[in-house]
Design a binder for this molecule. Structure first.
Ligand code: CMC
Length: 435
């Protein structure tokens, strides 16, 4: 019997089968149980995939107990300090950081691909003025394959690369257009002379229009830095719900725009990317420091659906390294804007209170990245409905890195989980007049 294996005995039949234990570069051993159906005539039950590795991946590593997050081996703290978002996007997709020429070429290509087809702009007119920007984002991104179908041979690596760069380039344009539509302002075209973050802020907030460039708008360097940081922190998080959705969708051979639209839809939920918006709503609901004990009590009450948004994480069980980095940026951005945000004060008080509470200590519930990201977005004047859209812009590079990795592997099977069926046994229909 191999030491690097795990034996499973079926107690009713007495049959024992050995399954190989796979060891990755880092992280826990993983049992390869793919043959269990054939060997023991049974499936495994793991709702929420809490113990199941759905793929092999070289992209991101998380050690939830130690609070470690690595993109292609580089700690998130170093990437946050030394890189811009496009460098990180390049790293995620290509496996190595770019040199200066590669970064310049990549940035230029992204800038050149940032325009959207003129007819695509008309899509926005079909949405109600008060549509949620995430609803528009899902719809418009899903429609991209109707406009860009010349490079959709998914067996061709160059086609896949072009789709990925195009998606990263157009995401801020579509996101800003969703916002401008929701506030009834004219769209602002992307500018080739601006960097990724500056361009996005310009498309969001300048008074430009299709025929006019606002000469008075310039992006504040601290705001640009904060946005760059937020995009890096949210760029990837291995096999989370939206990334797994992108992989599952991509495993059918669906086009990448449809896969990213599926990822955006999965991200929208309050337990995932919608959490930053939910945190702000929660802070407003709490309203003042003296009401914190009341809401902490509600969060602990199992009969009350209220949860402390921005607390807890499926993977991080000690601290979220992204939260540690971002907390400091909150101070910088607020100081720069000369703004005393009462919601930030409230957030800090809530954090302090919860971290001393036995319930939160016992369950290892700590603030996650989204506890603070909303406060920064608020200081950047980005409205709450746009928070999850911001997350989607950032995560696009991660989704695409996973999609590219999966598509390059010819052995990738279509994703098809099993189930434990608890419905009625086979039965016969009784004619309607006899029921
Ligand atoms: N407030 C109060 N209790 C909580 C919370 C919370 N935010 N999170 C978990 N718990 C309790 C939960 O009730 C359970 O208690 P018990 O053991 O008594 O039944 C225990 O802690 C374990 O919770 P769980 O739901 O089994 O943990 P999970 O790993 O399945 O859920 C989570 C993780 C993120 C969905 C959950 O913590 C949560 O809903 N948090 C609030 C939403 C949030 O901030 N989401 C953003 C995640 S970070 C962004 C991203 O990476 O996508």
């Amino acid at each position: 019997m191999s030491k690097d294996s795990l034996s499973i005995r079926h107690n009713r039949t007495g049959k024992t089968v050995e399954y190989p234990l796979l060891q990755g570069t880092l992280g826990k051993e993983t049992v390869d149980i793919r043959a269990i159906h054939k060997d023991l005539d049974c499936f495994t039950y793991d709702p929420g995939f809490t113990a199941t590795a759905s793929c092999k991946s070289h992209i991101t590593f998380i050690d939830g107990d130690k609070g470690v997050l690595l993109y292609r081996g580089y700690p998130i703290e170093q990437l946050a300090e030394h890189c811009n978002y496009l460098e990180v996007a390049y790293l995620l997709m290509n496996g190595e950081l770019p040199n200066a020429t590669q970064l310049q070429d990549f940035s230029l290509e992204v800038a050149h691909r940032s325009m959207v087809h003129e007819s695509l702009r008309n899509f926005f007119d079909g949405f109600s003025y008060d549509a949620h920007p995430m609803a528009m984002l899902v719809g418009v991104v899903g429609s991209l394959s109707a406009f860009y179908h010349s490079e959709l041979n998914m067996k061709d690596p160059e086609h896949r690369r072009v789709c990925a760069v195009r998606m990263i380039a157009k995401m801020p344009t579509i996101a800003a257009a969703s916002y401008r539509h929701s506030v009834g302002k004219p769209f602002v075209y992307p500018r080739l002379d601006l960097g990724y973050c500056e361009n996005f802020l310009n498309m969001m907030f300048s008074r430009s229009s299709p025929n006019y460039i606002d000469p008075n708008y310039s992006v504040d360097p601290i705001e640009k830095k904060a946005l760059n940081l937020l995009l890096i922190l949210h760029a990837d998080h291995e096999q989370n719900a939206s990334t797994s959705t992108v992989r599952l969708t991509g495993s059918t051979g669906a086009n990448p725009y449809a896969c990213i639209a599926a990822g955006i839809a999965a991200l929208w939920g309050p337990a995932h990317g919608g959490a930053n918006e939910a945190v702000l709503r929660m802070l407003k609901q709490i309203g003042s420091v003296d009401r914190i004990p009341e809401f902490i009590a509600r969060a602990k009450d199992k009969d009350d659906p209220f949860r402390l948004m921005g607390f807890g994480h499926r993977v991080y069980k000690n601290f979220d390294p992204r939260a540690t980095i971002i907390r400091q940026t909150c101070y910088e951005v607020l100081e720069n804007s000369n703004r005393q945000d009462p919601l930030f004060e409230l957030a800090l008080a809530l954090e302090e209170y919860a971290l001393k509470d036995e319930y939160f200590i016992e369950r290892k519930l700590y603030p996650n990245v989204d506890f603070y990201s909303g406060v920064i977005y608020r200081a950047l004047n980005i409205p709450e409905e746009m928070f999850t859209v911001m997350f989607a812009i950032a995560r696009t590079s991660g989704w695409l890195a996973h999609w590219l990795e999966m598509m390059a592997d010819p052995s990738t099977p279509i994703g098809r989980p099993r189930q434990l069926y608890l419905g009625p046994e086979q039965r016969n229909i009784i004619p309607i007049d006899a029921r």
